[in-house]
Design a protein around this ligand. Structure first.
Ligand code: ADP
Length: 495
């Protein structure tokens, strides 16, 4: 990839961002716009259509029309596959432009953004495109005289509400399987990370996706997102974001048409380090990356380290060394390890968590805003020790570069601490004892438990939470379950 274009791209003008509804770029119905602030310098990057409830309704109507006339679902699977593969190629061909645009919008360090955003989105769309003509229904084992067929049919109109930490990656986790299944989609990006999603939706049109099949409505969650959640014409609502918003979406479903709601929410993921971990230095390095990369704005971030007491001091020192050696700052510098916090609001929220811990007498390493002269939103990697399991910092998701460290004495206690929050998204166990590793995998309640690593994954495995981390799965073929309905045909055969 020609990284020499980075400096041109970082200062390139960004045209005002508009909705994409029924294949056409358009502004808000009342003409309203909102500023897009870059977290790199706190300045206005561009403006964006501030969607109205009418815009959301119009987008749902376009998606409904596209679904009912079968302009997409009715096409041969091989044709749909061709369109989606072309779309993936276009995203890949524009990867650097998309990555830099996304970084200027949301602050993720460029190295991670490239891999995790356009390139990951392209890979995801390809994965589901390739699955289109391999997913078949079933013939049921009925008695003679009956033919029982189980069809898998597209679920209809999908509303996808996505967050700002990895808009393309998470967006593609929804769009890939939804579009491959033949659904039509209305996508609502986050206020502070919309630019790249609008751009890839335009690329989908270039790839041959019929107008109306993928619509994007920009604007505020409380307006556009709320309108989609309350729509009587959305069949499935898929969401990644915060717990409080997830709760609102469930309520909205109950108050409207009881649309199916799939939530991927937060976590307070435990990273359990036993004294017999194969390599403590490596464990510290990977654990630090697991919480501090992308300024901690990762739903599966390992935000709690539970460490066996005999190595508590040694491991905390190693963690501190790694944290202090991390380069935090300009996310468009390829040497940066952790970029900007996405918004001033998020930065203030992070700092408030740390202040509260300090006020409770906890020991805080880091914890300050840095590079304030740039106008950007940067925060030191922060380690809080002496934490009590009941502290807010041990129970609630900060969604920032803040790690809470707690010691334990026994495996039993480690399990209790690991499971002692409302969440169940991710976890890790570091140990050389194979039996202990398997015991812990079984006993920790989470969607994924890593062993002797943190955060590795690929498309072949599902991602989803238990408890208040949500329901349903992104990634893997299991993701299709959200977008394909089962329908039985029960046919009486003449003897
Ligand atoms: P965060 O607080 O980290 O920004 P949110 O859950 O608020 O997380 O945001 C995730 C997504 O949910 C964003 O696209 C946002 O616009 C949307 N959203 C926020 N509030 C609502 C709401 N009341 N109804 C529907 N969507 C919402």
């Amino acid at each position: 990839m020609d990284m020499s274009r980075l400096s041109d791209l970082r200062t390139a003008e960004v045209a005002p961002v508009r909705h994409l509804i029924d294949g056409a770029s358009c502004g808000a119905s009342d003409g309203a716009e909102m500023d897009v602030i870059s977290p790199l310098d706190g300045r206005v990057l561009t403006t964006m259509a501030k969607g109205t409830r009418d815009d959301a309704t119009r987008a749902v109507a376009a998606a409904r029309a596209a679904f009912e006339d079968r302009r997409w679902a009715g096409r041969a699977p091989a044709e749909r596959k061709k369109v989606l593969l072309k779309w993936a190629d276009l995203i890949e061909a524009n990867a650097l432009d998309l990555a830099v645009l996304g970084v200027r919008d949301n602050g993720t360090e460029i190295g991670m953004a490239l891999k995790a955003e356009p390139l990951s989105a392209a890979a995801t769309i390809r994965y589901y495109a390739e699955a289109i003509d391999k997913i078949a229904g079933e013939v049921a084992p009925t008695a003679d005289g009956i033919l029982g067929l189980v069809h898998r049919e597209p679920a209809g109109v999908v509303a996808a509400i996505v967050p700002w930490n990895f808009p393309l990656m998470i967006g593609a986790w929804k769009l890939g399987p939804a579009l491959a299944a033949g659904c039509s989609v209305v996508l609502k990006p986050a206020e502070t990370a919309s630019l790249t999603l609008v751009r890839i939706a335009e690329l989908a049109l270039d790839a041959g996706l019929p107008p109306g099949v993928l619509n994007v409505v920009c604007g505020e969650g409380a307006v556009v997102g709320d309108a989609l959640a309350h729509s009587m014409d959305v069949d499935v609502l898929v969401f990644t974001g915060s717990g409080p918003t997830g709760r609102r979406l469930l309520e909205a479903s109950a108050r409207s048409n009881m649309k199916r709601v799939y939530l991927e929410l937060g976590g307070k993921s435990p990273n359990v380090v036993f004294a017999d971990a194969p390599d403590l230095r490596e464990a510290a390095k990977v654990s630090a990356a697991g919480i501090f990369r992308n300024a901690g704005q990762v739903c599966v971030a390992g935000s709690r380290v539970l460490v066996e007491r005999s190595i508590d001091e040694e491991f905390t020192t190693l963690l501190a060394e790694v944290a202090q050696g991390m380069k935090v700052g300009d996310p468009l510098d390829p040497a940066t390890n952790a970029g900007a916090v996405n918004s001033l609001r998020q930065l203030q929220q992070n700092l408030a968590f740390v202040e509260e811990a300090r006020g409770q007498g906890r020991t805080v390493l880091g914890g300050r805003r840095i590079h304030e002269d740039t106008g950007g939103y940067y925060m030191e990697p922060t380690i809080v020790t002496g934490v009590d399991p009941s502290d807010r910092i041990a129970q609630e998701e900060v969604f920032g570069p803040v790690l809470a460290v707690m010691p334990f004495d026994t495996e039993e206690e480690a399990v209790a601490l690991a499971n002692g929050t409302d969440f169940g998204l991710a976890a890790a166990v570091w140990t050389s004892d194979l039996s202990r590793a398997h015991r812990m995998v079984r006993r920790i309640r989470a969607g994924v438990v890593h062993v002797n690593t943190y955060g590795g994954t690929d498309l072949t495995v599902p991602l989803g939470g238990v408890k208040q981390s949500g329901n349903g799965h992104d990634k893997s073929l299991h993701a299709f379950d959200k977008y394909l309905d089962l329908k039985t045909a029960w046919i009486k055969l003449e003897p």
